[in-house]
Design a protein. Sequence first.
Length: 131
Amino acid sequence: MKTMLKVLLALIGVLLLIGGYWLSRFGKTEAKPEKIEKPLSPEEKLVGSYEAKKSAKHVLLENGKSETWILGVKRHGGTWGIDGKEVHIGIEKLTHVCKIESNGDLTLIAKISDGKRINVSKENQYTWQRS
């Protein structure tokens, strides 16, 4: 009986050793690195469509290009960029200067024509809402 117990304990010990070897060699799972998303740049945050008065829309594209749509028809193509806390949207010979609102909307505050900036009065300012 003692011999049988010794054999059984030895067998269990061998199995544990073999199992531990196999686990250490083949059972390791490498932790996948967590995907860390970098914060969006100011330009990336502004990419998208903005509508005003339900009839006009500015589309700011990732490549710095812009599109202006009026009544569902693409009217102009241009460029856009950030200048301080303003967005400048080029439309042919005119540039819309918009203030970036805290909610991401754009409010028209000035226009640049022939290199001359003309501020828009408060009553004539309108907001391009992100859509």
